[in-house]
Design a protein around this ligand. Structure first.
Ligand code: ADP
Ligand code: MG
Length: 245
């Protein structure tokens, strides 16, 4: 199966001072692929996500998005970055804007969409994440799970080519985790390219095309979920799985 690559990292190395936080990272994510990234705390998963988005600089290696090298800075970088939607553990919604305004703002400001069009499209996205009736509320009036779904709709409003999720359900009460995972499952089914850092192994099994296991700044395994979970190759992955499953 040859899919067009959407994200390509080649021999990427990153340091924080003395700490070699990303070590010779090679990773290709094809169009429409869902890659779940797992690994112990501190292994570099969040840094990898931020690096893909160039929220972090790298010391060596190359990153390309949809065939284009990521520019170092400036307007070209801002444009490419707008193609990458990010959803974090903390939702970071604008507290003094309504749900609808939260979703519609960036398409107008960054993408230059007309306000009417952005509003119409934002309502569709809120429908898609199951929040059509909450459009005029403020974030504080919503549950954590609902706020995270707004954050997903907000990222989708930019019409990204890829969505990065960094532990999107880790801050949620258990009963709210599924409503967020279901939205993500829907995106995956619709063909969105996704990189998902998560400890939700059920999601990894059902939605991922590949599981990437990281440890100490390296990609240790990169395999189909059924292979990875039934037969992890490395001792480090075996040890990690024995602790979380
Ligand atoms: P993970 O998401 O897998 O838990 P991170 O990517 O957050 O791991 O962190 C990887 C390593 O880099 C950790 O040792 C962490 O302490 C360190 N680190 C993360 N961000 C910074 C930073 N801004 N400055 C210095 N060290 C950092
Ligand atoms: Mg992290």
């Amino acid at each position: 199966m040859a899919v067009d690559p959407l994200i390509e990292l080649r021999d990427v190395n990153k340091y924080y001072g003395e700490l070699h936080v990303l070590q010779d990272i090679n990773l290709t994510v094809g169009k429409g692929e869902v890659v779940v990234v797992i690994g112990p705390s501190g292994s570099g998963k969040s840094t990898l996500c931020r690096t893909i988005n160039r929220l972090e600089t790298i010391q060596s290696g190359a990153i390309a998005l949809d065939g284009q090298p990521l520019p170092e800075e400036g307007k070209a970088l801002a444009t490419l970055r707008a193609d990458v939607g990010m959803v974090f553990q903390s939702f970071n919604l604008f507290a003094h804007k309504t749900v609808l305004q939260n979703v519609a703002l960036a398409p107008v400001k960054v993408r230059g969409r007309k306000k009417d069009e952005a509003t119409r499209r934002s309502r569709e996205l809120l429908e898609r994440v199951g929040l059509a009736t909450q459009a005029d509320k403020y974030p504080a009036q919503l549950s954590g799970g609902q706020q995270q779904r707004v954050a997903i709709a907000r990222a989708l409003a930019m019409e990204p080519k890829v969505m990065l999720f960094d532990e999107p359900t880790s801050a949620l009460d258990p009963e709210m985790i599924n409503e967020v995972l279901e939205v993500m499952q829907g995106l995956a089914r619709d063909g969105m390219t996704m990189v998902v850092v998560t400890h939700e192994m059920g999601f990894a099994r059902s939605a991922a095309n590949r599981v990437v296991f990281m440890d100490a700044g390296r990609i240790v395994e990169d395999r189909a979920p059924e292979d990875f979970f039934s037969n992890p190759e490395s001792d480090r992955a075996k040890d990690f799985l024995s602790k979380i499953l």
